[in-house]
Design a protein around this ligand. Structure first.
Ligand SMILES: [Zn+2]
Length: 386
């Protein structure tokens, strides 16, 4: 089992959290000396052992600072089960990037021999899952990402790797053959997860789709809520897939000028444009709120009111917050896990998201919320200006 779910512990006694903070975590550690690379400031530590299944877990609170030792491979983070009530949370760019990076080693040197669809609604697009490998196994070239889409690339689709296309207006160099399989696209939506399992593993309760590899290994696509989907990509599919063609540029590929041009003359408020996948790909509620805070911009400010210098600051803040989150393996809220089953740690670094009513970490003012684009939006009334 790559991931063992543990009961929510500590804090408010496992009740629904009204805020993402204080952060609740539990660790499974293979030995008392083993430390994960990212240790939350306040962790509940569970030492696992052969008697784990029989014992009631015993927790102790650790306030020790982070020790930069790597994961031993046996340890798993588990827990971090919190959310803003009433708020839908979808993995955003850093979480999907992390899944792509942690999934890649599981596919290295392997080929896809068969796709098993357990829930018909999970497989979408014009290409039938059973026809994909009918000309033989498809060697994997690696993984990639485009916006919030996770890409699994076959050898001829290696052009899709490395964070997708440079910009939405630059077409990828697709092979001329219209039907050549380039790879698979997964949208994780609310609760999609990808885990590698050894040969012979039985599907989990929420496994919707299985990739069978040439060595017998399997990749499970688990999705409790069934909103996620997968589809096969060919040049013809990509040309005809509206969702793909309308995706805006990747935030890392824009300089200040190109970034500002995405917002020039737009009357909409800045946050709703940040959330619009056709303006910039990959941003959701968390990173929109966090980047606006770091840039000192109110999320409900009309984009047209922002000067070039403030938009440039927003771009820098967005790139900074995305890079920090990728470094921390993303933010773990509800169901998101990396392909290794680990939780991310960036929720420990949230400055505004989910901190309604708490004090601003910069000026001490009480953080406020408003609704922007139908989403709960948290901001500091002092640090952020319209
Ligand atoms: Zn403030």
């Amino acid at each position: 089992m790559p991931f063992r779910r543990l009961p929510l512990v500590g804090g408010e006694g496992g009740q629904e959290q009204t805020s993402v903070l204080p952060v609740l975590w539990s660790h499974t550690l293979c030995s008392p000396g083993c430390r994960p690379s990212v240790l939350p400031t306040r962790a509940f530590i569970l030492t696992c052992g052969p008697d784990y299944e029989k014992q009631k877990p015993r927790f102790k609170c650790s306030a020790e600072p982070c020790e930069a030792a790597p994961f031993c491979g046996q340890c798993r983070l588990a827990g971090a089960d919190f959310a803003v009530p009433g708020e839908y949370v979808m993995p955003e760019l850093p979480e999907v990037e992390t899944v792509a990076r942690t999934l890649a080693p599981c596919l290295e040197g392997r080929s896809l021999v068969r796709i098993e669809v357990l829930n018909p609604g999970t497989w979408q697009g014009p290409i039938a899952a059973e026809s994909l490998c009918e000309r033989g196994p498809l060697p994997f070239a690696g993984t990639g990402r485009r916006g919030k889409l996770l890409l699994v690339c076959f050898e001829k689709g290696a052009c899709l790797k490395q964070g997708g296309l440079p910009t939405c207006s630059e077409a990828p160099e697709l092979p001329e053959e219209e039907a050549v399989p380039l790879g698979l696209a997964f949208h994780l939506k609310m609760s999609g997860r990808l885990f590698a399992y050894p040969a012979g593993s039985a599907p989990e309760k929420h496994t919707r789709l299985i990739l069978h590899l040439d060595d017998g290994g399997m990749i499970f696509f688990d999705d409790a809520r069934k909103f996620g989907y997968a589809r096969a990509l060919t040049p013809a599919v990509l040309r005809g897939w509206d969702f793909w063609n309308k995706l805006g540029p990747e935030p890392f590929r824009l300089d200040d000028r190109a970034f500002a041009a995405r917002f020039r003359g737009r009357k909409s408020v800045i946050k709703s444009l940040l959330l619009d996948q056709s303006v910039i790909a990959g941003i959701g509620n968390i990173y929109a709120d966090e980047s606006c805070f770091r840039a000192g911009i109110r999320p409900d400010a009309p984009a047209s009111s922002l000067s070039f210098a403030r938009l440039a600051r927003l771009r820098a803040a967005l790139v900074e917050v995305l890079e920090e989150s990728i470094e921390a393996c993303g933010s773990s809220i509800k169901d998101y896990r990396t392909a290794r089953g680990d939780a991310g740690a960036f929720q420990n670094a949230f400055r505004v998201y989910g901190r309604r009513g708490k004090n601003c970490l910069v000026c001490g003012s009480e953080l406020r919320t408003c609704r922007v684009a139908g989403r709960t939006t948290t901001f500091c009334p002092t640090c952020q200006k319209g």
